[in-house]
Design a protein around this ligand. Structure first.
Ligand SMILES: Cc1ncc(COP(=O)(O)O)c(C=O)c1O
Length: 441
């Protein structure tokens, strides 16, 4: 261990990939460079964060300009214009239900709150839902993931993420995950007629007192393994929960900001009528920021002093977020995510034809997952193979992710600015790794 790496021993030993971690020195665009000068093509974006690419010059310039003016003032105690400007921008793009004004003609603007992370956004969103409805219970999906605080782990149905930290909060009910490859109801889409969505009625009837404040749902379950529900799922599920008086909190922490080939993951579905949308990760291209945006009628349940975050709405992060949104729109990153995502998807599907390990290929835009199994008939998960693929890709200079409820899903989530040549390189190397006999342990 040299002088640059020995400081790692002062950190909580939670860094884990089953390998020595890369010691990162710098990053630019899609390239990560380690302290020895080795470069890597980043196909994981710092866990789906740097959608515009690492250190985008325009985003850095906006952050620097803001830093020279104001670093921190406590945006929940004073009004800082750049924070309001970001909220105004979000009011225009976040697909939250808009409310009619009392005269029935004007539309009231949605309102936002800013924190520092995805978990904080979900916590705040649940608090607002409880305050607005006067109800206390929450429904979530069995394989969802929403963060690592007690509140968010309580609504996360993943023992691997929850271990050694219970007991968790009561008042949480889980509905079946719309996981077509491993349907919890052992049905097949589309003949199932979205039975998993309709089963949410049973979830409410059997697991709650009817006092449901909110349904928290990801449009694509990222940590669960890029589980990609049929697009109508969200519409039908939201309708059922609305019928029961619950609010819909859509967790766009991982799916937001162009990742799925639309600005938000829920934009693939129609008439969701979300009440609150939670965001983080890609919102500020790496500057720490979490947010939730609520329809005005819901947002106004909060009164002065009801909620606060000391660092929430950091002016530098908000300036970066505004520049990031301009970059996403003006540099055509969503269009690129659609085009490059289609290319990568086609290449992965072609790999599936030849590779016995790949049981399923799924995702949207540049949020793709390959579920690896020991045997396609039994679907026995192959998490060791997924880890081996990640290690071999790293040896070839490409960073990818691994996730999933069984730890067996290879995740491809590169910056949305990835080029056709870079996609080709990533897909060629991945196919070659899958073809190598040394994967068979
Ligand atoms: C869908 C979703 N929600 C919430 C979170 C938690 O975000 P954070 O790690 O910023 O707290 C994550 C993190 O992976 C996530 O994927």
């Amino acid at each position: 261990m040299d002088a640059k790496t020995q400081s790692a021993r002062f950190l909580l030993p939670v860094v884990s990939q089953g390998l020595e971690p890369i010691v990162v020195a710098s990053a630019s665009g899609r390239t990560v460079t380690d302290i020895d000068g080795n470069t890597y093509l980043d196909c994981f974006s710092g866990i789906s964060v740097v959608n515009a690419g690492h250190n985008h010059p325009r985003i850095l310039a906006a952050a620097r300009e803001q830093m020279d003016k104001l670093v921190h003032a406590a945006s929940c105690v004073y009004h800082v214009p750049v924070v309001g400007e970001l909220a105004e921008k979000l009011a225009g793009i976040v697909p939250v239900a808009r409310n009619s004004a009392p005269d029935g003609t004007r539309l009231a603007d949605p309102k936002s709150f800013f924190g520092n992370s995805g978990a904080e956004a979900i916590e705040g969103a649940m608090r607002l839902a409880k305050q607005h409805t006067g109800r206390r219970e929450v429904v979530a999906l069995a394989y969802g993931f929403h963060g690592r605080t007690i509140g968010t782990l309580s609504i996360t149905g993943n023992m691997g993420r929850k271990k050694n930290n219970g007991p968790y909060l009561s008042g949480v009910a889980f509905g079946p995950t719309p996981y077509c490859y491993r349907c919890p109801l052992t049905l097949s889409y589309p003949s199932c007629d979205l039975a998993c969505a309709h089963a949410l009625r049973d979830t409410i009837r059997q697991q709650t007192s009817g006092d449901v404040a909110a349904f928290v749902v990801e449009p694509i379950l990222g940590e669960g393994g890029i589980i990609t529900p049929p697009t109508e799922y969200l519409t039908v599920a939201a309708q059922i929960l609305h019928e029961h008086g619950a609010l819909i909190i859509v967790d766009e922490v991982q799916t937001g900001f162009g990742r799925t080939g639309k600005m938000f993951g829920m934009d693939h579905s129609t008439n969701v009528n979300a009440d609150i949308v939670a965001m983080a990760k890609g919102i500020a291209n790496g500057f720490p920021l979490g947010a939730f945006t609520a329809s005005a009628a819901v947002a106004d349940a909060m009164k002065p002093g009801d909620h606060l975050s000391t660092f929430g709405g950091n002016p530098i992060s908000c300036a970066a977020a505004l520049a990031n949104l301009a970059v996403i729109e003006e540099e055509g990153l969503i269009e690129n995510a659609v085009a490059r995502g289609a290319e990568l998807m086609a290449r992965c599907q072609a790999m599936q034809e030849h590779c016995r390990w790949i049981g399923d290929v799924r995702g949207k835009g540049l949020m793709l997952g390959l579920e690896l199994v020991r045997d396609r008939a039994t679907k026995e998960p192959a998490p060791d193979v997924a880890k081996a693929v990640r290690a071999k890709m790293r040896e070839r200079g490409i960073l990818i992710g691994v996730g999933g409820i069984f730890g067996n899903v290879v995740r491809l989530q590169p910056p949305l600015s990835i080029t056709g040549d870079e996609c080709d390189r990533a897909a060629t190397e991945l196919a070659d790794v899958f073809a190598s006999s040394s994967l068979a342990s």
